[in-house]
Design a protein around this ligand. Structure first.
Ligand SMILES: [Zn+2]
Ligand SMILES: [Zn+2]
Ligand SMILES: [Zn+2]
Length: 626
């Protein structure tokens, strides 16, 4: 078949052949579709459409914007342009010189972008969080994109009004500047060295690194994050973790489809090892979306599984290009009107050549995706997902069950603690607090686990924990699954379990510390049982701590109505009584401590016992002296 890259201007054709004036964009689209259909069916032409939005008026507008941008960044006489801005203090001035080149990072753009790549250039406010700042000060925020509309002088005025000034940057450098997480050195190096081979070979290790890096990044940025009830450290951490794993998945899918060390096929200056965040999925076949099929904006979907991503990238015939080249691809008006915009024949020739090469390169990569598509048709489900390799999509419940089995049956062999709580499972699996909730009712329905009882939490207050146990059916199912998984993925499985075991030890070590508040309450209860008049100095003597030990918790004890104070006595002889509520609570705590930390509890009590005797002796001596 004869192929050509020839463009047909449908606006003109539709005006010629249709005896009506086209007044709206949707009407224009309808007419265009009809014409394309005719051309395809009547003349058997293979037509790929480029766009629908180039109503003559919108084309003119976009040309006007380019001309404005061109003059702003190069000066009306092409000799450069200096713009004077006000600094943030609204007093001092900042002068910024523009010569049409990307100002990159610290003055250097590794992608060689200048005015000939006009669509790829945009203004970037020097002030971080510019939008928030101007809004707070009561000014109107103007997005750099919208600044260019209208007359040149209007655009110039808008531009000069930007507090703190703006730099000219290409799209790629812009992502460098704003993607703080990616340019955190450890994360950057991790992603640079990461490849499909080490993900496939060592999945749990990669997961482990992602967690570790998330924690390091969290520590690094903690001071800048506003924590609140709706933005807890755990939530921030899990957001960071997701951000990193989105990048891992992005690298994986690009490598999977196009091979390692993938370069942007158009400029050949951007690669996935050094500039992962610059890559964007480009849909190579607009015709696919003419009949209502939704285009997937893949940038928003790296939360999905790798399997899903690969399948859909192929189905939608996408290739990866860098952000700069992607902008160039979509800027069709620019190529067609380069001479009008640049007013220079040599530059225009350069741009037209760039586009010729661009279409050629896009088609070369497109061949790869078309090849994949033919494979996809034959076998829909051959794509692996390293994160769910052991557990297929929708099988995470099995991962939870196996983990429960290990907690209740294997890890607890010396401790005889044959139950688990949600917090523990989530901690070991390094999941968010909602993880177990997702599977709880399912696991209960299948009778793989059973509800045991309510465990009262004794570290801090207010939360009670439910205890669950694995059932006999659960054990059988888990054993069956373990055999399957460890047979199919021997090394990975071993590694996963040893990782869980490590987390389990960590979780229990974390629990070894009783809160000081708990100890204070138990000590008060201890004294109460000795039936002595409880004065503060007695307490301090017995618990053997500096004086503030009690005062730190006094308010909380009173507020929770665990104790009452007799106001009439002098401060250090303030009489304290434990309430029935306090007694109940203390007894709960003691029974829990005895069960889990029997020896520790014994030691605590015998220490107190000793000092109680000493206290009594001193007390009696004093009384005798009197
Ligand atoms: Zn740049
Ligand atoms: Zn910016
Ligand atoms: Zn590129």
């Amino acid at each position: 078949m004869y192929e050509t890259n020839q463009f047909i201007n449908l606006s003109e054709i539709s005006l010629l052949y249709h005896d009506k004036s086209i007044v709206s964009e949707s009407m224009w689209q309808t007419v265009c579709r009809a014409i394309i259909k005719d051309l395809r069916e009547e003349f058997d032409l293979n037509i790929r459409t480029k766009r629908y939005d180039s109503l003559p008026e919108s084309t003119r507008q976009s040309i006007r914007n380019y001309i404005n941008l061109y003059k702003l960044i190069l000066g009306v006489d092409r000799s450069g342009n200096i713009i004077t801005y006000l600094d943030r203090n609204f007093e001092t001035e900042i002068k910024i010189y523009y010569d049409g080149t990307c100002q990159g990072i610290k003055g250097y753009c590794p992608f060689d972008i200048d005015y000939k790549f006009l669509p790829a250039l945009s203004f970037d406010h020097r002030l971080e969080r510019y939008k928030t700042i101007v809004k707070r000060e009561g000014y109107r925020y103007i997005a750099p994109k919208t600044m260019l509309g209208g007359s040149f002088n209007g655009a110039l005025v808008k531009m000069k009004s930007q507090i703190g000034g703006m730099d000219l940057r290409c799209g790629n450098c812009h992502t460098f500047r704003h993607h703080k997480l990616y340019y955190f050195a450890r994360i950057y190096n991790f992603l640079k060295l990461l490849s499909i081979k080490n993900i496939d070979k060592n999945t749990s290790h990669v997961l482990y690194s992602v967690n570790l890096l998330a924690k390091q990044y969290f520590e690094h940025t903690k001071k800048d994050i506003k924590l609140s009830e709706k933005n807890t450290p755990a939530q921030v951490l899990s957001r960071i973790r997701n951000q990193i794993s989105r990048l891992v998945k992005k690298k994986y899918v690009i490598e999977y489809i196009f091979g390692e060390n993938y370069l942007c096929p158009i400029c050949e200056k951007v690669n996935i090892n050094d500039h992962l965040t610059c890559f964007e999925a480009h849909h190579t076949n607009e015709a696919l979306f003419e009949n209502g099929l939704q285009k997937i904006e893949f940038g928003l979907y790296y939360t999905k599984s790798i399997k899903w991503l690969i399948k859909n990238l192929i189905a939608q015939e996408c290739i990866y290009v860098c952000r700069n080249c992607h902008t160039m691809i979509t800027a069709v008006n620019y190529n067609e009107n380069a001479l009008t915009i640049l007013r220079n024949e040599i530059d225009t020739l350069y741009v037209n050549n760039f586009y010729d090469n661009l279409y050629k390169k896009v088609n070369e990569k497109r061949d790869i995706i078309i090849h994949w598509k033919s494979l996809l048709k034959n076998n829909m489900n051959t794509f692996p997902n390293p994160f769910l390799k052991m557990f297929d999509y929708g099988e995470s419940i099995y991962s939870a069950l196996i983990c429960i089995y290990y907690i209740c049956e294997i890890f607890s062999q010396d401790t005889k603690k044959e139950f688990f709580i949600a917090e523990e499972l989530n901690y070991i699996q390094e999941k968010s607090s909602s993880y177990f909730k997702q599977y709880k009712s399912n696991l209960l329905d299948l009778e793989y686990i059973q509800y045991e009882k309510r465990l009262l939490q004794y570290r801090g207050f207010g939360f009670n924990k439910d205890i669950y146990k694995i059932t006999f059916e659960g054990i059988l199912k888990a054993k069956e699954l373990i055999e399957e998984r460890s047979g199919g993925f021997p090394d990975e499985f071993k590694e996963l379990v040893s990782h869980w075991e490590h987390r389990n030890r960590k979780y229990n070590a974390r629990k070894q510390r009783l809160s000081a508040f708990d100890i204070v309450l138990i000590c008060i209860y201890f004294i109460y049982n000795k039936e002595i008049d409880f004065f503060m100095n007695a307490f301090h003597y017995i618990i053997d701590k500096e004086n503030s030990y009690f005062s730190k918790h006094r308010k909380k004890l009173l507020n929770l109505e665990y104790i009452t104070e007799n106001q009439e006595t002098a401060n250090s002889f303030k009489e304290i009584n434990i309430t029935p509520k306090g007694i109940t609570r203390a007894e709960e705590l003691i029974s829990l401590i005895k069960r889990d930390y029997f020896r520790k509890y014994q030691k605590l009590i015998s220490d107190w016992e000793k000092r109680y005797d000493e206290y009594l002796m001193n007390h009696n001596k004093k009384n005798l002296k009197k």
